[in-house]
Design a protein around this ligand. Structure first.
Ligand code: MRU
Length: 387
């Protein structure tokens, strides 16, 4: 069955369908974005996000090199999911060679630089596997990867519960009218193991009968909004409208946005937020228009080692072709790439930006909503300062 708790019991436990933490459906069937292959019980299946929204294709990954490729090429993407898939990459490597622990972790850690969840997951795997004898490393790795996935699903569900009151409050202030949320990139269930971060409160509000409507930034250059967020929301029946990235400010000026909720790839200890390129501009527009700007994150996205995000968060520079070219489906149903930029013009492609804490209304975490400040984060995650 596609929706499985990854918790392993001995070798592994299959078919434990838990709808509470597995609510996301494709054609009525509940799924998680990563699962063990039902047939062999050891390889992993991921939804190939480079094929969405045109094709739903579950790729089978059998070794750490395929996992690294999937992360780099963005077949899997979204900060929490990258971490979860990398954890399984370690498990796949341990099947082959339990001694390869450190080099495999280093190799996977280099696949993408900005999302801290990748490092978080790999450090967790290393901490569990280093003290374990080689003979049992494989079993321990699968167990820990499964725990990371289950933790992410439960964490995102809790983020949804803590974000929901924000939407309930807006709905109460404008009875009978739709609640307009603007989001950037994709921070939904396919960016995590389940539920999503920014989209979790939206799914819960929709399921609770609140008339939500989502403005979906297309999110150039890779169009995670137009392709992925719109696909997810559509599959769940959530009303939404795709907009050009530059439309948000105009909509805010005209009272068409009640709240902005975005996900994040890294939050520093003082509350600076790295997220998909263009997020910062949305935060500036939100502040100028008095629109609350909220950021949803799991504990695994918090990087207490960094204070100044603008200065110290590494920003991934991706291929220029992602800017000069665009991928879509033609009238015959073929997935095609075409060039949109003038021939010969060079392009730059910084994939993330950092929104300073002063522009963030608050953070939605699995432990509750807090200010984007060092004091608030330290109080909420005391165990993270001790490190
Ligand atoms: O480059 P991507 O698509 O991996 O970037 C993803 C984002 O920026 C998301 O907003 C972020 O990872 C949060 S996912 C819950």
């Amino acid at each position: 069955m596609p929706c499985q708790s990854q918790a392993r019991n001995g070798l592994f436990r299959r078919g434990a369908i838990r709808f509470r933490t597995c609510p996301m459906k494709i054609n009525g069937i509940p799924y998680r974005s990563i699962r063990l292959d039902e047939a062999d019980g050891w390889s992993i299946r991921i939804l190939d996000q480079t094929r969405l929204p045109w094709q739903v294709e579950w790729l089978r990954l059998t070794d750490e090199d395929q996992v690294a490729h999937a992360i780099r090429s963005m077949q899997v993407r979204g900060a929490p999911l990258i971490g979860a898939v990398a954890a399984y990459g370690m498990a796949l490597a341990m099947r082959r060679d339990p001694a390869a622990l450190e080099p495999v972790a280093a190799m996977l850690g280099e696949t993408r630089p900005t999302a801290i969840n990748l490092r978080w997951a790999l450090e967790k795997m290393l901490a569990v596997l280093r003290p374990v004898p080689a003979a049992v490393r494989e079993a321990a790795a699968y167990a820990e990867a499964a725990a990371i996935c289950d933790d992410d699903a439960a964490t995102c569900e809790a983020i949804g519960r803590h974000g929901l009151p924000l939407l309930q409050d807006i709905a109460a202030r404008k009875p009978g009218q739709r609640v307009n949320i603007l989001t950037h990139c994709n921070a939904g269930w396919i960016a995590t193991v389940d539920w999503g971060t920014a989209l979790a409160p939206i799914y819960m509000a929709h399921d609770a009968g609140i008339p939500v409507h989502v403005w979906v930034d297309e999110t150039r250059p890779r169009n995670q909004g137009a392709a992925l967020t719109a696909w997810e929301l559509g599959a769940h029946g959530v009303p939404h409208t795709v907009i050009a990235d530059n439309a948000g400010g105009h909509l805010m000026q005209h009272g068409e946005v009640d709240i902005v909720i975005v996900g994040t790839d890294r939050v520093t200890r003082r509350g600076d937020v790295a997220n998909k390129i263009g997020t910062y501009l949305k935060a500036l527009a939100a502040q100028d228009n008095g629109v609350p700007f909220w950021v949803a994150l799991p504990h695994s996205t918090l990087d207490m080692r960094v204070a100044d995000g603008v200065r110290d968060i590494p920003i991934e520079e991706r291929a220029a072709e992602e800017v000069t070219d665009i991928t879509g489906q033609d009238a015959e149903g073929r997935i095609t790439r075409i060039r949109v930029a003038a021939a010969g013009s060079p392009a730059a492609n910084p994939a993330f930006d950092v929104t300073p804490a002063r522009l963030v209304t608050g953070l939605i975490t699995e432990r509750g909503r807090v200010a984007a400040s060092e004091a608030a984060l330290a109080a909420l995650y005391p165990e993270k300062i001790a490190r």
